[in-house]
Design a protein around this ligand. Structure first.
Ligand SMILES: *Cc1c(COP(=O)(O)O)cnc(C)c1O
Length: 379
C-alpha cells in the first residue's frame, strides 16, 4: 500500500495525534549499522526512544543496550527474566552498559547485585562505586572534541585524556576493574573528523595504560552521535563507516572489543507523526495553523534536541509561507514560522517524518494535552 494511504487509514482508525512506528525501518537501520561496522557491537541508547516494543525488536536482533537510569536498566533487564540462570551474568556484561558517569548512591546499591558495567569520569565516583557497587566493572569516559555536532555532549561528562591513566590507576588501586574506555562525539554529529580524533585519543590512552601495566583494558566504546539523514546535506553513514573501519584496523588489534551506543541513528527514521489541523487564522498576512500536537508533545525535540521537522500535507496546492503552532496556550509552542503549505482546512491531516528520536521520549502532559497515541506496524 502506498505510504500516504496507509497513514490516512491509520489516522481514520486510531484518531490523531498518532505516532506510527515502522519496525521494518528499525530492522533496516540496525542491519545497515551491523553490516557497515561489522566489528562493532550495538548498545542501543535507550534514552533516544525507550518504547518497550522498540527495545524488544532490537533485543531479538541481538542488540545490547546503553542505559542511564535505574528505570531504563530495569526496562532492558526485563528481557533476561526469560533466560536460564547460567546465561544471566553473561547477559549483564554483554548486554547492558550503564553509561551515565554519575550515579546516585541508592542507584549503585541497587545495581551492585547485577555486577553491572558502568562508566565513570572522576575520583569521587570511584570512591562511591568502591563503597556501594564493588562488583561493578568500570569503563572510563573521556572527553573528546564535539566540534560541529548539533547537540554538544562533552561539557557535562568526560575526563580530560591527560588524566585518564591517573583515573585508571586510582580505580585499580581501589580494587575495581577498569575494562575499557568510552567517549561521545556529540549527537547528530556530522563532523566525521570528531570520530577520527577521538579514536586517536583513545588509542593513545590504551597505549599509555599498557605502558603503566594496566593490561586489562579491552573495551573501546565509541558512543553515539551517528547522524540520521534528516536532510540531503547529511553525509551518508556509509562514508563514516569506511573511515571508521580503516582506523579500527590501523589502531586497534582484533582483541579489542569495539562497542557503539547509537540512539538517534537507529530510531529517528522509523517514526512518522500524523496530526490534525484544529484551528486556522491569519496573523498579519501569514496563514497560521494550529495542530493537535506540538512542542510539549511529539515535537518536543524542537526544544530539547534542536531538531527541525518538515510539515507535510496530504493535499497538493499553491504553497504559501505559513506558521504552524501546537495546541497549548504557550507561545513557546511554535512548530514553525515558515512552512510552505497549501491552504489547509479544519480537520485536514498533516504529517512529520523522521520523528522517532528524542521526540515522544521527552513529551509532557503540559496544559492537559496528552502525548500522542502510538501504533506499531510491521512488527
Ligand atoms: C545520548 C547518548 C547516546 C546516544 O546518542 P545518539 O546521538 O542518539 O546516538 C549514546 N551514549 C551516551 C553516553 C549518551 O549520553
Amino acid at each position: 500500500m502506498d505510504k500516504l494511504q496507509l497513514l490516512n487509514d491509520l489516522a481514520a482508525e486510531h484518531g490523531t495525534p498518532l505516532i506510527v512506528v515502522d519496525h521494518e525501518a528499525l530492522r533496516r537501520n540496525y542491519q545497515t549499522f551491523r553490516q557497515l561496522l561489522p566489528r562493532v557491537q550495538i548498545y542501543y541508547a535507550v534514552k533516544a526512544n525507550p518504547d518497550p516494543a522498540i527495545l524488544e525488536t532490537f533485543y531479538h536482533l541481538g542488540a545490547s543496550f546503553d542505559v542511564a537510569s535505574l528505570s531504563e536498566f530495569h526496562l532492558v533487564h526485563k528481557n533476561i527474566e526469560k533466560l536460564p540462570d547460567a546465561d544471566r551474568q553473561q547477559f549483564i556484561w554483554g548486554k547492558i552498559i550503564y553509561a551515565n558517569p554519575i550515579k546516585a548512591i541508592a542507584t549503585l546499591k541497587e545495581l551492585d547485585r547485577y555486577k553491572p558495567l558502568v562508566t565513570y569520569d572522576n575520583p569521587e565516583e570511584v570512591q562511591k562505586v568502591r563503597q556501594h557497587a564493588p562488583h561493578a566493572g568500570l569503563v572510563l569516559r573521556v572527553k573528546v572534541p564535539n566540534t560541529g555536532a548539533v547537540v554538544e555532549l562533552s561539557s557535562k561528562f568526560g575526563a580530560p585524556p591527560g588524566e585518564a591513566v591517573r583515573l585508571i590507576r586510582l580505580a585499580e588501586k581501589s580494587g575495581l576493574a577498569v575494562e575499557g574506555i568510552s567517549f561521545h562525539v556529540g549527537s547528530q554529529n556530522t563532523n566525521y573528523a570528531n570520530y577520527i580524533n577521538a579514536l586517536h585519543l583513545a588509542e593513545g590512552i590504551f597505549r599509555e595504560a599498557r605502558l603503566h601495566g594496566f593490561e586489562r583494558l579491552k573495551i573501546l566504546d565509541i558512543g553515539g552521535g551517528f547522524p540520521a539523514p534528516y536532510d540531503p546535506s547529511v553525509r551518508p553513514f556509509a562514508e563514516l563507516a569506511t573511515m571508521l573501519n580503516a582506523e579500527f584496523e590501523r589502531l586497534f588489534p582484533q582483541n579489542v572489543d569495539l562497542a557503539a551506543e547509537p540512539g538517534r541513528y537507529l530510531v529517528a527514521t522509523a517514526a512518522t507523526l500524523i496530526a490534525s489541523v484544529i484551528g486556522k487564522t491569519k496573523r498579519g498576512e501569514k496563514p497560521s495553523y494550529y495542530l493537535d500536537d506540538g512542542v510539549y508533545q511529539t515535537f518536543s525535540g524542537i526544544i530539547f534536541d534542536r531538531c527541525k521537522y518538515r510539515i507535510n500535507t496530504f493535499k497538493k496546492g499553491h504553497a504559501q509561507i505559513s506558521a504552524v503552532y501546537g495546541p497549548t496556550c504557550d507561545s513557546l509552542d511554535t512548530i514553525s514560522l515558515s512552512e510552505e503549505l497549501p491552504e489547509l482546512n479544519i480537520g485536514d491531516l498533516v504529517y512529520a517524518e523522521n520523528i522517532g528520536a528524542y521526540s515522544y521520549a521527552t513529551a509532557t502532559h503540559f496544559n492537559g494535552f496528552s502525548p500522542a497515541k502510538i501504533v506499531h506496524i510491521n512488527r
